[in-house]
Design a protein around this ligand. Structure first.
Ligand SMILES: NC(=O)C1=CN([C@@H]2O[C@H](COP(=O)(O)OP(=O)(O)OC[C@H]3O[C@@H](n4cnc5c(N)ncnc54)[C@H](OP(=O)(O)O)[C@@H]3O)[C@@H](O)[C@H]2O)C=CC1
Ligand SMILES: Nc1nc(O)c(N)c(N[C@@H]2O[C@H](COP(=O)(O)O)[C@@H](O)[C@H]2O)n1
Length: 221
């Protein structure tokens, strides 16, 4: 499986404010680039923190891109993936609607009643005891035919993916604003690295809207 992390950060590296509300950092051209990347991918993933904060839909917005996917004998939208150890995804979340298949990656810690409710709305993948074991979960997704996985965030999930050595490529739109705040989410949160920092190779720098898209390949992948 090829994993591309894509996110939008302010010039000071924040994905959102300390209120953890969704902020449009991208401009129209960057949102169009993100839509094309979604359309190219077999699935789009987020952590449950993003589901709870943003209630994202994660569908392809452009009609022509969806039509092209259908012509290519693919579903109109890529599958959606939520990494959610204890099954906190609300059953009325937009990501569970019928616009696409949704995989909920749970751990053994998810209560049985929650599993039963969520199984009505999504395909359940269980991996890990207390927290989702990302290596095992992604292996299970690959078995379902997901070859290119786009990850949109947030910072907790992105850090864990780097920690697990699962990221092949990182694309970041750096937008023309400062958000600030020591508690605001950044591109990679979690515990942070203190040694063996993942190394990146810069592949492209493209001006877009009033910002820049940085494309990095992860070394040793
Ligand atoms: N600008 C941008 O491009 C984007 C911005 N955002 C912003 O990011 C914020 C949300 O990010 P954040 O709070 O970091 O949440 P995440 O979306 O990264 O979700 C994190 C949660 O995922 C669950 N999880 C399960 N297994 C793992 C694992 N192995 N590793 C990591 N997490 C795991 C955990 O909850 P549990 O323990 O319950 O399983 C964890 O708290 C929001 O403010 C949102 O607006 C989000 C996406 C893109
Ligand atoms: N690429 C990008 N730029 C921004 O400025 C953003 N705020 C985000 N956020 C991500 O997009 C999700 C919303 O998707 P839908 O419009 O609901 O399909 C949101 O949850 C973040 O993952 N992305």
């Amino acid at each position: 499986m090829y994993v591309i992390v894509n996110a939008a950060a302010s010039a000071d590296g924040k994905l959102s404010s300390r209120r953890r509300e969704q902020i449009a950092i991208s401009g129209a051209d960057d949102f169009a680039r993100v839509d094309r990347l979604r359309a190219e991918s077999d699935a789009v993933a987020v952590g449950v923190g993003t589901v709870l904060a943003d209630d994202p839909h994660l569908t392809v917005k452009d009609d022509e891109l969806r039509a092209q996917r259908r012509e290519d004998s693919r579903p109109a939208n890529p599958a959606r993936v939520v990494v959610d150890s204890s099954g906190r995804t609300p059953t009325d979340a937009a990501i569970l609607d019928d616009a696409a298949t949704t995989y909920l990656c749970l751990s053994e810690a998810a209560p049985v009643d929650r599993r039963m409710e969520l199984a009505e709305e999504a395909e359940l993948v269980t991996a890990g005891d207390d927290r989702v074991d990302l290596l095992r979960a992604f292996a299970a997704l690959q078995e379902q035919g997901i070859e290119q996985l786009m990850v949109e965030g947030g910072g907790e999930l992105i850090f864990s993916l780097f920690e697990a050595g699962l990221v092949d490529e990182l694309r970041v739109f750096v937008g023309p604003t400062i958000i600030g705040g020591r508690d605001a989410p950044t591109l990679a949160d979690g515990e942070g690295f203190v040694a063996k920092f993942p190394a990146l190779d810069l592949e492209a720098v493209d001006r877009l809207d009033d910002g820049v898209v940085l494309t990095w390949r992860v070394d040793d992948r």
